[in-house]
Design a binder for this molecule. Structure first.
Ligand code: FE2
Ligand code: FE2
Length: 146
């Protein structure tokens, strides 16, 4: 996810984007680990993951603060950036991922084949959801502009 406010050639901007991606993934991964630990009956470990997960959000916000400076943002710009991201996901990313999963599944054997088929189904389903996200944001943007 690139920042529209800075040169993509800047190594530090690239590092901020990579750091933002890493912190965001850590946040979600720790929430997922917390859920697993809770389901396995380990409430203390679940809580430890949740506490760290909350901090990763703040780390990611710190990077976003430089990538999308508040002084240059507006609700309309935020909606447009979100529409661009969702549109990329449902028009490019998920269709490509779906095709690749189907192709890979054809040449695979069980039990990995089942993983690939599940991934393909998930990619196809999420493409439809991201389309709805983009449309929802577009409605909000149209309302702001009206
Ligand atoms: Fe962090
Ligand atoms: Fe989405």
């Amino acid at each position: 996810m690139s920042s529209p406010f800075h040169s993509p050639d800047s190594p530090t901007i690239q590092n901020l984007q990579a750091a933002f991606a890493g912190e965001s993934m850590a946040h979600i991964k720790y929430r997922y680990f917390a859920r697993l630990c809770r389901e396995m009956g380990d409430e203390a470990t679940a809580k430890a993951f949740e506490a760290t997960s909350d901090q990763e959000v703040m780390h990611a916000f710190g990077h976003l603060d430089l990538l999308f400076p508040k002084s240059q943002m507006s609700p309309a710009k935020a909606l447009q950036f979100a529409i661009d991201g969702e549109t990329h996901e449902y028009t490019e990313m998920y269709p490509k991922f779906y095709d690749a999963a189907v192709t890979e599944a054809q040449a695979a054997s069980e039990p990995f084949k089942a993983v690939l088929e599940k991934a393909g189904k998930r990619f196809a389903a999420l493409a439809k959801v991201e389309l709805r996200h983009a449309a929802h944001y577009q409605t909000a943007l149209d309302t702001i502009k009206a």
